[in-house]
Design a protein around this ligand. Structure first.
Ligand code: WTA
Length: 665
């Protein structure tokens, strides 16, 4: 899997290098000496980074690794995340600085200073407390990308409650699963959000999630209240006693509130992510170490100058990128940010560039899938806007292909902005591998070097480091402050997933290689996790959604290369002979199956391609051979079939695919 011949070929031919300009290097936050300093005294280096935070009780101990692989960082210190992200700025005279320029999709906008944020989070914190939420309680947040999403997260942090943000694109079943797993006491949602001029309903999905259903015979018992923001004004059902409007409880609440100081290892949030098997994992991060990692990396990787920069991360707060690089990292660093509710092409395909021009954005962070989409729409669109305010560009979510990197640099960055290709994961909490702007000579397509304080390696099956040019597995071989502390309620799953493959090494699940300069190139997942538009999806989770449809006897799902989304979901489905689907057009069946996946998981997981097959390829022990199906889905010659129980099955599948029998969305 790791030695994808074509990828290796591309890597060998990349010789372009973009050293920092002297002007950029001169003013950069990052310094080359940081690498040597951190290597000489790693814990001392992290102590220094943690001391940028405001601690209520200063810590004396940096790392306690005696309960490995569960780390304790800065364990005897106490602090509050919201105090660091908001109050501290007001206290130190930065209250009038803009925290957010919010831009709604319909064109409404709001400007919120750090003082405004302090009032808003204080009101929300008081309201949460009046609803019975206290330290350690879990709160599910299911909101569009509006300021209340940020305020809700910070209000939880302010009272020591643990937020679990669920991306608004997930289905009610997925929401329910997450609510139950974390035993959330409160759900914060909105009537709806804006999407391409339409209203997207959210509250009805919460109602459905909490009600008994086929999948869940009982009501969600942990939830006491649903706090609802009015965003779109659409009608919504109301459960008296349970449901409360934001404007009824938050607006009138007092705007004074004292943050609750918590121990450094107090959990800050849970975030669910797809794994190789079974249900999504509730990864959790704690306070002191996570905030240290998020703020340090944001400062050095994005070169933030808080007095003058306008920073925009286009991710949704429902993902880790939004947690670390909209809410915690930038706010702790006192950044002025843009927050945008909508999609890039509403009402027109230049909307993002219009926003950059309007707010004079200087630092912009987005995903390769978006860049490739813009390439497809053509450079005439960004060229219509004044993008001269930009001075640094970032990329995250999947490997960025050199062509997209070059386009991003030339068309968006005017050939002057450094690009930081940042590798990290929900698990790592903050950026692990990235060029340092002003220090590193950038190479298109490579995330290059572990940040100062971080130690990465590329190893073979026996955990031996591989030499340059050879594929292997990416591991992190030293603990780091923002590392996940576990899978919520399941220590064994944490150890199994991340620490059992290579003893004492954190296994990231990504393939990688180093080039002759020692730079790291990421090569995609080596497990059954797909990366579609930078979103992690599990093949097995989609397979079980498909199999739960009464027509389906069996399903196999693979991620196939896709020009725009990086990978796309391709489903091979065996229909039951006795089901009504046997009499339907292939397309009708495919449409119904996509709907099923949408309702079980969410629209983001819908298969792009559905091919009905009579059998899926399996080994003699009954394991689905996804590798062969990936060959078919990517229109390659089918690999070695010798371990198949029934070797001829692949011929039929390939012929059907090549003769255009698949249904494409
Ligand atoms: C992939 C997103 C290559 C990788 C922050 C990782 C990347 C997974 C990059 C984590 C990058 C993320 N280059 N691959 N710059 N950034 N990935 O948890 O496969 O949503 O394991 O975190 O995305 O996805 P997650």
């Amino acid at each position: 899997m790791v030695n994808d011949a074509q990828t290796l070929e591309n890597l060998h031919t990349e010789t372009r290098s973009f050293p920092p300009s002297p002007e950029f290097a001169e003013q950069a936050n990052a310094r080359a000496e940081m690498y040597t300093q951190a290597a000489a005294d790693r814990l001392g280096f992290w102590r220094e980074q943690a001391e940028h935070l405001h601690w209520d009780t200063p810590f004396t101990e940096v790392l306690d690794w005696s309960d490995a692989p569960v780390a304790r960082w800065f364990g005897d210190g106490t602090l509050n995340a919201c105090d660091n992200a908001v109050d501290r700025h007001v206290r130190e005279g930065r209250g009038d600085r803009v925290a957010f320029y919010f831009e709604g999709e319909p064109g409404d906008s709001r400007t919120l200073t750090y003082s405004d944020m302090q009032r808003e989070v204080s009101k929300a914190a008081n309201a949460l407390e009046s609803l019975g939420v206290t330290k350690g309680d879990r709160v599910a947040i299911y909101l569009p990308q509006i300021p209340e999403a940020v305020v809700s997260m910070l209000a939880c942090a302010r009272i020591g409650a643990i937020h679990s943000v669920v991306f608004g694109g997930f289905s009610s079943d997925s929401l329910r699963q997450r609510i139950d797993d974390a035993q959330a006491k409160l759900v914060i949602t909105a009537d709806g959000g804006n999407r391409r001029g339409a209203h997207l309903a959210l509250k009805p999905l919460v109602d459905a999630a909490l009600a008994p259903s086929e999948a869940n015979p009982t009501e969600a018992e942990s939830v006491e209240h649903v706090l609802t923001v009015q965003r779109t004004g659409q009608d919504t059902e109301w459960t008296e006693g349970r449901d409360v409007w934001w404007h009824d409880v938050v607006e009138p609440a007092s705007d004074e509130h004292t943050p609750v100081m918590v121990e450094a290892e107090h959990p800050l949030f849970i975030l669910y992510t797809s794994g190789t098997t079974g249900t999504p994992k509730g990864l959790f991060h704690t306070t002191g170490g996570y905030l240290t990692g998020a703020s340090y990396t944001h400062r050095v990787v994005f070169d933030l100058k808080p007095e003058t920069d306008v920073y925009w991360c286009s991710a949704d707060v429902g993902w880790i990128t939004g947690h670390s690089y909209i809410v915690y990292g930038p706010m702790i660093n006192g950044a002025t940010q843009v927050l945008y509710e909508g999609v890039p092409n509403a009402p027109h395909e230049g909307r993002w560039w219009e926003i950059i021009e309007k707010y004079k954005v200087s630092i912009f962070y987005t995903a390769p899938t978006a860049i490739r989409t813009f390439m497809k729409w053509g450079e005439a669109i960004p060229n219509k806007f004044d993008l001269s305010s930009l001075r640094l560009l970032g990329s995250v979510g999947e490997p960025i292909n050199p062509e997209a990197w070059m386009w991003y640099r030339r068309v968006i960055g005017g050939d002057r902005c450094p690009i930081v290709d940042t590798w990290w994961q929900t698990e790592t909490g903050s950026i692990m591998i990235s060029p340092l702007p002003g220090v590193t000579a950038a190479k298109p397509g490579s995330a290059q070097v572990a940040l100062p304080g971080i130690s990465a390696a590329v190893v073979d099956d026996d955990a031996n480091e591989v030499g340059p040019g050879r594929g292997g597995y990416l591991v992190l071989d030293q603990p780091w402050p923002s590392m996940l502390r576990g899978v919520w309620g399941d220590r064994e799953r944490y150890e199994d997933t991340y620490w059992s493959r290579f003893k004492g090494l954190y296994f990231a699940g990504d393939g990688a290689k180093r080039d002759a300069d020692g730079d790291i190139w990421l090569m995609g997942r080596v497990d059954d996790v797909m990366n579609v538009s930078g979103h992690r999806l599990s093949t097995t989770e989609i397979e079980s959604a498909l199999v739960s449809h009464p027509w389906v006897a069996e399903a196999a799902v693979v991620g196939a290369k896709d020009e725009t989304t990086g990978q796309a979901v391709v489903a091979f489905v065996v229909i039951r002979d006795d089901s009504e689907a046997a009499n339907l057009e292939h397309h009708e069946v495919a449409v119904a199956l996509r709907e099923k996946v949408k309702s079980e998981i969410g629209a983001l997981a819908k298969p792009r391609t559905v091919l009905l097959v009579s059998e899926v390829p399996k080994t003699r022990s009954g394991k689905i051979m996804r590798r062969l199906l990936r060959d078919v889905a990517e229109h390659r010659e089918v690999g070695d079939v010798s371990t198949l129980a029934n070797a001829t099955v692949m011929n039929a599948i390939r012929d059907n695919m090549e003769s255009g029998k698949a249904d494409d969305d």
